[in-house]
Design a protein around this ligand. Structure first.
Ligand SMILES: Nc1nc2c(ncn2[C@@H]2O[C@H](COP(=O)(O)OP(=O)(O)OP(=O)(O)O)[C@@H](O)[C@H]2O)c(=O)[nH]1
Ligand SMILES: [Mg+2]
Length: 618
C-alpha cells in the first residue's frame, strides 16, 4: 500500500557554478546544530576532497542530512540533502543523483541570473518530474537585480517546458553566507526558517510502498577501510534489514547473490548504523562485492531491475599511456600497463560520464569525458595516488549522421569581459569558428554569447585570460552535435625542445630564452625531446639548454653568473594540457609533469615531418 512518509524530505541543491550551493548547505547544517557548540567549522564543509578545497569548486555530489524542528507543528522532519557540482564538466554527477530526490532547490545568483549550467540542471530536474523551489541567492551583492534574475528564471522554466505545477514555484530569497532568508526580497530574516518551511511545504514527502519487495538503485559508491565498498541509494520500495540475503541485478543483466552486512543512514556529516531502512530512506549498504553505479539491489524473488541511470555522452577524449620517457619510474608507485588499465576501468564504476577503451596498442587507453576539466581532475587524482603515465592532447569525439556526414560537438560559450577587451575577444572567437549569438552591455562589462565547435574551445581558455589580462570569465555548455565546421586553426606558437639529456644551465637557457618563453629554470634535469618552452616561431626549435660556457680562466667563469634569466613560466596541469600539440605528450608523475615530443629524437621527428609533407604535397 502506498503511504506518505511525512517525516522525511529528499532534496538536491542544483545551480550554475559558484551560485552558492555548498555555502547554503553550510548554513543549513549550522542552523540545525549538526555541529557541537565548540566545534570549529571550516567553510564549505561538504567540499571535503583536497582538490575541491584547492580549486574552490565542488567536483563530486555528496549526501548529508539535517533534522529540522518545524515550530508550526512541533514535529521533527529529516531532510536528506544532496550537494551537487555546478561546473558543466561534472554534469554527470548531477544526473546520477536526481533519482534519489523528490524536489530540488534551484539556486540563482541575484546578480548573474540564470547561466548555462542553470539551464542544464533545471532541464534534467524538470524532465524527471521533480518539484523545484527557486532560491534567489546572494541578495546582498551590490549589483544584485533579484527581480530580473527571477523573471529570467521564470522564462527559462517556460522555455524548458515546465508543467503547471513546476512553473508555479515558490521563491525564497537568501544570503547563504550569513544564513538569512525570506519570502520577500526587501528584508531578510536572520535565519533560514523561510527556506526550511518552504522545503517542508513544497517538496512532496516520499510516497512509497514499504510492504512491497525491497528495491534500491545504486547512485554512488564509496570505500571504507573497515567496511570495504559501500553503496548508496534511495530505497524505492520495501524494507532492507541488516544480515538479509539479497540479489544484485548487474548492468549486464547477470544476477548475483549478496548479503547486507551493515546498514547506515546519514546523520549530519556522519553515518549512523541502523538495523533497518524502508522505502523513502536514503541509505548506505556495506558488504556487496561486485557493484557499479546504476545497478539494482533487490529482494531475492524480485529480478526486474529499476530503470537505468542515463547520463549524457562524453565529447572529449585523450589517450592515457604507459610512461616511456627516460625519467619514468623516478617517483611513481604504479606504472605498469596492468596497473594503469585496472585503475582506469575502476574509475568508470563511479564516474558515470567517463568512458575507457582499450586500443590496438596494449599500453594505451582512450579515456573520454565531458570536457578538459573532467579529464584533468582524473589525471590529478591518479597522480596523487602514486600513478605515473603520459597523456595525449585532448581532442573532440566526432560522430556521423545517417548519410555518413561528419558531425562534431558544439558548445554555447558565455564570455563576460571588461569593455576594453571586447575587440580582441571577438577576434579570438571568430578565428575559432565561433558565431556570435548576442552581445549585451552590463555596466563596464560586456557579455558575449557564442556558438562554437568544442574543437575551437580546446586550449582557448588560456588565450582568453592572456588577451583580457585575466579580466575575462567564460562558461560553456554542450549544445549538440552539428555538421563539421571546417578547419580550426590550432595553437599559434611552437615548442622549444631540449637537444640532449642533462642539467639545464644558465648559459644554455639564456640562448633558448632569446627564442621564446621558458618553462624551466637553471638546474632542472631535462631529457632529449623534452619541451622546455614556447616559441612564436612557425616550427619547433631544438635548443641545447645544457650547454656550458667554455671556461678559459677563472675570470670568465665568474662571468657565467652575470647571465640573468627571466622567471620561467611554470605551467599548471590545466595549462600544460592546453599547450600540448598533436605530436606531444604530457608526462605525469606524482612529483612532476613534463611536456615531451612523442618522438624524442630530433632526427626521427625531422623524418616524420618530411614524410608528412610529402604526403601532403602528393
Ligand atoms: N555575497 C555573497 N556571496 C556568496 C553567497 N553565497 C555564496 N557566496 C560566495 O560565492 C562563492 C561560491 O560559493 P560556493 O558555495 O562554493 O558555490 P557552489 O554553488 O557550491 O559552487 P560549485 O559547487 O563549484 O558549483 C563563495 O566565495 C561564497 O562565499 C551570498 O549569499 N552572498
Ligand atoms: Mg559547491
Amino acid at each position: 500500500m502506498l503511504t506518505k512518509r511525512e517525516e522525511i524530505r529528499n532534496i538536491a541543491i542544483i545551480a550554475h557554478v559558484d551560485h552558492g550551493k555548498t555555502t547554503l548547505l553550510d548554513a543549513m547544517l549550522k542552523q540545525t546544530q549538526v555541529f557541537g557548540d565548540h566545534q570549529i567549522i571550516s567553510e564549505r564543509v561538504m567540499d571535503s576532497y583536497d582538490l575541491e578545497k584547492e580549486r574552490g569548486i565542488t567536483i563530486l555530489s555528496k549526501n548529508t542530512s539535517v533534522i529540522y524542528l518545524d515550530q508550526r507543528s512541533n514535529k521533527e522532519i529529516k531532510i536528506n540533502i544532496i550537494d551537487t557540482p555546478g561546473h558543466a564538466d561534472f554534469g554527470g554527477e548531477v544526473e546520477r543523483v536526481l533519482n534519489m530526490v523528490d524536489g530540488v532547490l534551484l539556486l540563482v545568483d541575484a546578480a548573474e541570473g540564470p547561466m548555462p549550467q542553470t539551464r542544464f540542471v533545471l532541464k534534467k530536474a524538470l524532465a524527471m518530474g521533480l518539484k523545484p523551489i527557486v532560491v534567489i541567492n546572494k541578495i546582498d551583492r551590490k549589483d544584485a537585480v533579484p527581480q530580473i534574475a527571477l523573471n529570467d528564471t521564470f522564462d527559462l522554466f517556460i522555455e524548458l517546458g515546465a508543467d503547471e505545477n513546476q512553473a508555479s514555484f515558490t521563491i525564497v530569497y537568501c544570503n547563504a553566507v550569513l544564513g538569512k532568508s525570506s519570502l520577500v526580497n526587501t528584508e531578510l530574516e536572520n535565519d533560514l526558517r523561510a527556506l526550511f518551511e518552504t522545503i517542508i511545504d513544497q517538496i512532496p514527502a516520499p510516497y512509497v510502498d514499504s510492504d512491497a519487495p525491497f528495491q534500491m538503485l545504486i547512485a554512488n559508491l564509496g570505500y571504507d577501510e573497515h567496511l570495504g565498498t559501500t553503496c548508496l541509494g534511495r530505497v524505492f520500495s520495501g524494507k532492507a534489514t541488516e544480515g538479509e540475503n539479497i540479489i544484485i541485478i548487474k548492468n549486464t543483466n547477470e544476477i548475483l547473490n549478496e548479503k547486507i552486512k551493515y546498514l547506515f543512514v546519514f546523520e549530519g556529516l556522519k553515518k549512523k548504523r541502523v538495523k533497518q531502512v524502508s522505502a523513502g530512506d536514503i541509505a548506505f549498504i556495506a558488504g556487496i562485492h561486485d557493484v557499479s553505479i546504476g545497478e539494482t539491489l533487490s529482494s531475492i524473488d524480485n529480478t526486474a531491475p529499476l530503470p537505468r541511470i542515463m547520463v549524457e555522452e562524453p565529447t572529449v577524449k585523450m589517450s592515457f599511456e604507459v610512461n616511456n620517457s627516460p625519467f619514468s619510474g623516478r617517483s611513481g608507485k604504479y606504472l605498469t600497463t596492468r596497473q594503469i588499465r585496472e585503475r582506469l576501468f575502476r574509475e568508470t564504476k563511479n564516474n558515470m560520464a567517463l568512458r575507457v577503451e582499450d586500443t590496438e596498442f596494449a599500453d594505451r587507453f582512450v579515456v573520454s569525458g565531458r570536457g578538459e576539466l573532467h579529464l584533468a581532475i582524473l589525471i590529478e587524482t591518479m597522480r596523487r595516488e602514486g600513478y605515473e603515465f603520459q597523456v595525449s592532447r585532448p581532442e573532440v569525439i566526432f560522430r556521423h549522421d545517417d548519410d555518413g556526414k561528419v558531425l562534431e560537438p558544439f558548445e554555447e560559450a558565455i564570455i563576460e569581459v571588461v569593455n576594453d577587451y571586447v575587440g580582441p575577444v571577438i577576434e579570438l572567437f571568430g578565428g575559432r569558428r565561433g558565431q556570435l549569438l548576442s552581445m549585451e552591455n552590463k555596466l563596464d562589462a560586456t557579455i558575449l554569447r557564442y556558438q562554437i565547435p568544442t574543437r575551437g574551445l580546446l586550449g582557448l581558455r588560456q588565450q582568453l585570460m592572456t588577451i583580457s589580462r585575466g579580466q575575462g570569465i567564460m562558461h560553456t555548455i554542450f549544445s549538440g552535435y552539428f555538421p563539421h565546421a571546417g578547419e580550426v586553426p590550432s595553437r599559434k606558437s611552437s615548442s622549444l625542445v631540449a637537444w640532449e639529456t642533462g642539467v639545464a644551465s644558465t648559459y644554455g637557457l639564456k640562448n633558448a630564452e632569446d627564442r621564446g618563453i621558458l618553462f624551466i629554470g637553471a638546474g632542472v634535469e631535462v631529457y632529449e625531446g623534452m619541451v622546455i618552452g614556447e616559441t612564436y616561431n612557425e616550427s619547433d626549435i631544438t635548443v641545447n639548454v645544457c650547454k656550458k660556457k667554455h671556461l678559459t680562466n677563472m675570470r670568465s667563469s665568474n662571468k657565467d653568473l652575470e647571465y640573468r634569466l627571466s622567471t620561467p613560466r611554470e605551467l599548471s596541469l590545466d595549462e600544460a594540457m592546453e599547450f600540448l600539440a598533436d605530436d606531444e605528450l604530457l608526462e605525469v608523475t606524482p612529483d612532476n609533469f613534463r611536456i615531451r615530443k612523442r618522438k624524442l629524437n630530433a632526427e626521427d621527428r625531422g623524418k616524420a615531418l618530411k614524410q608528412k609533407s610529402t604526403i601532403l604535397s602528393d
